[in-house]
Design a protein around this ligand. Structure first.
Ligand code: NAP
Ligand code: FER
Length: 343
């Protein structure tokens, strides 16, 4: 008997905010293709939807290669090895890698990393113990560099990266202030993550006044996930030698032209502030050490995390589109297949 393999492809390039028409759901048969020598057949348990994928839909990010129309969509996956053709993996092993938005993927064993199911629930390999957690870890410690007593501000504070960045900054002794888009998120950030303050930016137009209240001593380190007018307000409140880590600019990923907002670079002169973009992949040689540290903090309770899990591969487009509506708290995942317990 052959199993069906449902998978998502890029149907068209989006213009502005993407909708459901960008996605095409097709069905092939497993295995697709048969794993050759050195390859593994993986059954998807969870897949990750991420803001950077918007840039892959039309090549606008400047760092992630564009998908072609008709290409299978791909991203971070945690899955279970079904069949291994001469690799170090065995059936039942849990692995992670960049695989298809599909029930099953075929991949080279060398493109997969093992996931230790005893470390944390396996889905964490796509969030706090995966790419977003490492982005938060390196962007905070290596780029924003909050020190004891500094004020650290992070946007997208309730999201996958921002929620971890704020906690990593707090572990360095900084006072931590977040920006997030709802009262529910503010409660999560303040009460569960332990940030010193969080602004619901949807409840005010005056981000500067909100900052003056939440960060009365100004801003020493800024971890920017969002850009736009919140970032403008932060720039006017930077302190001497402040560091700005430009991680993401999600407020502009669907823009068709760059808005000519207020120009705030003059605030970098007197403050001698540093603004630095970074990619998590810049730190690839140190990924293992970062993951181990994050796992230790998760075990000790110093880092709390949450996941928003959408059920079913058929709902992956909605999960992705929801990122731009702020529908997720913590890491947004799609649960594709259940644990079989065949290990
Ligand atoms: P996320 O924060 O879990 O999800 C996206 C969040 O962005 C939403 O929940 C929403 O929260 C917020 N948002 C959406 N549209 C917005 C807008 N117009 N204005 C303000 N906020 C908006 O996503 P993530 O995976 O952690 O990624 C966060 C950022 O990090 C993204 O910009 C991403 O591109 C970037 N990133 C960079 C790297 C790197 O290597 N540089 C790696 C990973 C991620 P609210 O409800 O609060 O609006
Ligand atoms: C990577 C570098 C950057 C990567 C993801 C990103 C999946 C994400 C960037 C963004 O979200 O803006 O190697 O691997």
């Amino acid at each position: 008997m052959v199993d069906p393999n449902r998978q998502w492809r890029l149907a068209e390039r989006p213009e502005g905010t993407p909708d459901r028409d960008v996605f095409e759901f097709v069905e092939t048969e497993v295995p697709d293709p048969e794993p050759g020598p050195g390859e593994v057949l993986v059954r998807t348990r969870y897949l990750s939807v991420d803001p950077y994928m918007r840039g892959r839909m039309d090549g606008t990010s400047g760092y992630a290669d564009a998908w072609e129309v008709g290409d299978p969509l791909q991203g971070g996956v945690v899955g279970e090895v079904v069949e291994s053709n001469g690799t170090g993996f065995e059936a039942g092993d849990i692995v992670t890698g960049n695989l298809r938005w599909a029930d099953y993927s075929t991949a080279a064993g060398t493109d997969l990393r093992p996931v230790d199911p005893d470390l944390a629930p396996v889905s964490a390999a796509l969030g706090v113990l995966g790419m977003p957690g490492r982005t938060a870890y390196f962007g905070t410690r290596e780029v924003a560099q909050p020190g004891a007593g500094d004020t650290f501000v992070v946007t997208g504070a309730a999201g996958a990266v921002g929620s971890v960045a704020g906690q990593v900054a707090a572990l360095s002794g900084a006072r931590v202030v977040g920006f997030a888009g709802s009262d529910e998120k503010v409660r999560f950030v303040e009460d569960e993550l332990g940030f010193d303050a969080c602004v619901n930016y949807e409840a005010t137009d005056d981000y500067g006044a909100a900052l003056d209240e939440a960060a009365p001593d100004g801003v020493d380190a800024y971890f920017d996930n969002v850009g736009g007018p919140i970032t403008d307000a932060v720039f006017t409140r930077l302190n001497l030698d402040a560091r700005v880590a430009v991680c993401g600019q999600i407020s502009m990923y669907n823009a068709t032209e760059t808005p000519a907002g207020p120009r705030k670079l003059r605030h970098l002169i007197g403050t001698r502030a540093t603004v630095e973009g970074f990619l998590v992949s810049d730190f690839a040689p140190r990924f293992e050490a970062a993951t181990e540290q994050l796992a230790e903090w998760v075990r000790s309770g110093d880092v709390q995390y949450r996941e928003t899990v959408t059920e079913g591969l058929e709902n992956a487009p909605e999960a992705f589109l929801g990122l731009f509506e702020g529908e997720n708290i913590g890491k947004q995942l799609v649960e594709v297949g259940e644990e079989t317990g065949q290990q």
